[in-house]
Structures are given as structure tokens and as C-alpha cells.
Design a protein around this ligand. Structure first.
Ligand code: GLN
Length: 503
């Protein structure tokens, strides 16, 4: 029998293999490059052609430089909003086309230090605005399980790459569900850590009070390994928390007997019955593992989407103000300032103030896609004089109530269990013209970001149409260890994580 392809194996299996035989890392890269050449045209998980020569060199260098690295020789892909020195970082937006990052994000430094091989760069919704990756300015990613379906978003490229064995693991970012929802649509594990657990230095900001970087992986052990590499305090991100990082991997096997699982009553609008059934089965599996279930109240959860779309758009409109055609990337052709087209912006000498304003206007008009423009409009409106109290301030108050709901719930239980998304992956084009329907895809994920609590999505079923279904576990701040332990116990008792898309 032919031995199992390296590209299809997990990070922890490959780490052990490479430890015994470092040349396995070179074979692994070649397999991945072949698969990318074969499949990326169809899936569009990667935004750029891999630079084979430089990747081969990276493998050789990392094998030598990090003999004991936790990720030695392992290819990890990175969402296009995380800065890698010298690489283009576009957030899948025209307005950043041609921008090359002058420095490494902290998470990238940490991956490098452990011997990872960085595979730039995974497709995403423009500036991480979206739930389907259809908002990428460079074309959508397709779901490896059914290529007429979306992979979820906004980290859809990261999720599709891992699910299709085009990368061994990935980093994504999650502001309202962007790691967990694509993980659930693509049948893999995706975790949003506690706000403050992972440094966001070098992550292009969307909504600074909600954004977190996290891992997307083939199983829970891999998530524990990647999280242990990227977690921890960083003086360069003032929101990063000086909280000790436990050894996630060695605790995975600790029994979950006696853990209290909280089941909230959720808004059922749009909840697919297959998702509901899979979740009910998963809860039974936890009971068989010795967990107790109890009902908990998350009373304000039905207000989470409205609250999120006030706070997130307010912060996004402010964060997007910096894309002016001067500092980064793209400048509109014909903007009257003599520096045209895409590429690194140069300092212009504005002839008149009008020419400068004209340049801002034409650059932003042609550089941003529809969704960033919609968010800028919404965000500017909710922050504007006279509306601030009615919207933003009120949104912040409801956010506090949502957080209090979780504080109360976690007095009564150790974990909350709920669906990750109301349905399995939807079809490309199905929701793109209806922003409200699209926003509802995040109904179950958004409150974790508003409350700052950690949450993980793991595979818990397949629909009749053969599409993955995800379950979400949430817990109290900085208890990722507990999330991973419970997810691991469930994974050991089931085999959903072993199902593969029939590409
Ligand atoms: N889908 C949500 C949005 O469009 C969340 C995106 C995210 O988490 N980056 O804002």
C-alpha cells in the first residue's frame, strides 16, 4: 500500500516525522506545491503564486536554524492582513495593492522562531469585512467540499487551504466570527482566543476592540500547538495581556468528567435543522464523556448583531481613514499628483489643496470595494455629532450587558456549547446582494468578540448534502486550556475531524 501523502497529515504527525527524518520537510513542501498548482486555480485559497525557489530555501534555512522548533519545517499559511516582512500585504483590497510590509507581525516572528515555513498569502474578504470571502477584490475562494459553495469568511482562504491540504495550518483573524465560521464551513478546527491573548502587532486593524488572531488547523492537537506558539504578552501591543500561557498540549488528555456544559436558549431564526440535530448529538457525546449539562441564559444575545454592526463599523471607519493614497499601496491613476497606478506610494508635492483632496477622493473611490464603503458610511454615521449617543454609546452599553451575561453564565457552567453558524456553507452568490442576510451568518459567533471570551469551532457532523457542520465551545477569559481539553475529548470520541473533502 502506498504510504499516506504527507500533505494530508496533521501538524503533530508531521512534526514527529520531520524530527526523525528532516528530509521529510522537503518532500512535504513539494507535495504541497504540486497540490497548489493542481487545485488553487479552482479554489483560489492563495492570492499569489507560491515562490517555489524561496520556499525551498526557507525550508532548508528553518531546518538548520530551529533544530528543536515546535513547527520545524511545517508550512503554515497566513491571512493577507497579517504582516510578513518583504511580502505584499493587501487585505485582499486594491487600496493596498503593491504594499510590502516593512516588518514582521509578532505572530510571524513567533512562527519563524519555532521553525515554521511561511506560505503567503491566504485570500480573505476585503479588510476582513464579510462571511463568505466573496468580498475579496481579487475573486472569491471556493469551498473544497463543494466548489459551488463559499468557504465562509472572512478567513476563507486560510480555512480552504487547510481543508484542501494546501497548507498544514493557518493563521486567521476573527472580529465577529471570521476564524470560527469558515472553520465550520470547511470542516476544520478554528479558534478565536481571548481578547488580549495573542498580540495583534502587525495585524491590519479592522475593529481594534474586537480583533484577535488565531489558528485554523486539521485537529485540536494542532490548534493547541499553534496557539502555544503565538500566545503570550507582547509589549508592542498595549491590549495584549500579561497573563501566563499554560502548556496547552500536555493538558489535552486531562479528563473532562464533571465539567458543566451550559446550553443557552438561542435565537432560532434561520437555524438549519441539520445543524440543530448535529448539535444535539454532540451534547449527548459530552454527556457520555461524563459532563453535566445545564441551561444558561444569554439574555442579550439577540442584540449582538445590531450591537456589533455599530461598534465594528465605527472602529472600521476610523481605521480605514489611513488609506489615503499617500502612505500605503495604491494611488488612483489621474489623481492629479503625478504618481500614478498601484505600487508603493511616494511622497507627492501637492500643487494645490484641491489636487490633494481630489487624489484622496479618487484613490478611495476606486481603491475600496463596496463593502468597505458601506462600513465607512455606517461607521461615520454612528459616530457623527447628534447620533453618537443614540448609536455608539448605546451600543457600548449593550456590549457591557452581553459581557455580564457571559460572566453570569460562567458562574453556572464551565463551557457554553452552541452552533458556530446557523447553516452549513451556502452557495456563492446566494447572499452577496443582501448584506443583512450575510450579517446574520454571524449570529452565534459575534457575542464572543463583544464579550472578549475565547471560543473554538470543531467539526461535529455532515449534512445530507455532505457539507461540514461546526459546533462552537466558549469559555471564560484566558481558559483556552479548558476549551481545547473539551474539544479534544469530543474529537477523540468521534471521527468528524477525519472526514475529508472529495476533491
Ligand atoms: N462577518 C463579520 C463581518 O463581516 C465578521 C468578520 C470578521 O470576523 N472579520 O464583520
Amino acid at each position: 500500500m502506498a504510504s499516506r501523502a504527507l500533505a494530508c497529515q496533521t501538524l503533530h504527525e508531521l512534526r514527529d516525522l520531520i524530527q526523525q527524518d528532516p528530509t521529510a520537510a522537503e518532500h512535504l513542501l513539494e507535495e504541497l506545491l504540486d497540490r497548489i498548482a493542481q487545485l488553487n486555480g479552482r479554489l483560489h485559497a492563495y492570492l499569489a503564486e507560491p515562490d517555489r525557489k524561496r520556499l525551498r530555501q526557507q525550508v532548508r534555512e528553518q531546518l538548520k536554524a530551529c533544530p528543536n522548533g515546535k513547527l520545524r519545517g511545517i508550512p503554515i499559511t497566513v491571512k493577507d492582513n497579517i504582516c510578513i516582512q518583504g511580502e505584499e500585504t493587501t487585505c485582499a483590497s486594491r487600496i493596498l495593492q503593491g504594499f510590502r510590509s516593512p516588518y514582521d507581525a509578532t505572530v510571524i516572528e513567533r512562527l519563524r522562531r519555532e521553525g515554521a515555513v511561511l506560505m503567503p498569502r491566504a485570500n480573505m474578504d476585503e479588510f476582513a469585512f464579510g462571511s463568505s470571502t466573496e468580498n475579496s477584490a481579487f475573486g472569491p475562494t471556493r469551498n473544497p467540499w463543494a466548489t459551488d459553495r463559499v468557504p465562509g469568511g472572512s478567513s476563507g482562504g486560510s480555512a480552504a487551504a487547510v481543508a484542501a491540504d494546501l497548507a498544514i495550518g493557518a493563521l486567521g483573524s476573527d472580529t465577529g466570527g471570521s476564524i470560527r465560521q469558515p472553520a465550520s464551513f470547511c470542516g476544520i478546527v478554528g479558534m478565536k482566543p481571548t481578547y488580549g491573548r495573542v498580540s495583534r502587532y502587525g495585524l491590519v486593524a479592522f475593529a481594534s476592540s474586537l480583533d484577535q488572531i488565531g489558528p485554523l488547523t486539521k485537529d485540536v492537537t494542532d490548534a493547541a500547538i499553534l496557539l502555544s506558539v503565538i500566545a503570550g504578552h507582547d509589549a508592542r501591543d498595549s491590549t495584549s495581556a500579561p497573563v501566563e500561557v499554560p502548556d496547552y498540549v500536555s493538558q489535552l488528555n486531562t479528563s473532562v468528567k464533571g465539567l458543566r456544559i451550559g446550553l443557552p436558549k438561542l435565537p432560532e431564526e434561520g437555524l438549519d435543522h441539520e445543524v440543530n440535530d448535529s448539535l444535539a448529538e454532540a451534547v449527548k457525546a459530552f454527556e457520555r464523556l461524563g459532563c453535566q449539562t445545564t441551561s444558561v441564559e444569554l439574555r442579550q444575545i439577540d442584540k449582538a448583531i445590531a450591537t456589533y454592526y455599530i461598534i465594528a463599523t465605527a472602529e472600521a471607519s476610523s481605521n480605514l481613514a489611513r488609506y489615503d493614497g499617500v502612505q500605503y499601496g495604491y494611488r488612483a491613476v489621474g489623481s492629479g499628483l503625478g504618481v500614478e497606478g498601484s505600487g508603493q506610494a511616494q511622497s507627492p508635492e501637492p500643487r494645490t489643496q484641491n489636487a490633494l483632496l481630489d487624489m484622496y477622493l479618487t484613490t478611495r473611490t476606486s481603491g475600496f470595494g463596496d463593502e468597505p464603503k458601506r462600513r465607512i458610511l455606517l461607521g461615520t454615521y454612528v459616530l457623527s455629532h447628534g447620533y453618537y449617543d443614540a448609536y455608539y454609546l448605546k451600543g457600548m452599553k449593550v456590549r457591557t450587558l452581553i459581557k455580564q451575561d457571559f460572566d453570569e453564565a460562567f458562574k453556572r457552567c464551565d463551557l457554553v456549547v452552541m452552533p458556530t453558524a446557523p447553516s452549513p456553507a451556502f452557495r456563492l452568490g446566494e447572499k452577496i446582494d443582501d448584506p443583512l442576510q450575510m450579517y446574520l451568518s454571524d449570529i452565534y459567533t459575534i457575542s464572543a468578540n463583544l464579550a472578549g471570551v475565547p471560543a473554538v469551532s470543531i467539526p461535529c457532523g455532515l449534512s445530507k448534502a455532505g457539507l461540514p457542520i461546526g459546533m462552537q465551545l466558549l469559555t471564560a477569559p484566558f481558559r483556552e486550556d479548558l476549551l481545547l481539553r473539551a474539544a479534544y475529548a469530543y474529537e477523540q470520541a468521534t471521527d468528524w475531524h477525519r472526514r475529508q473533502p472529495g476533491l
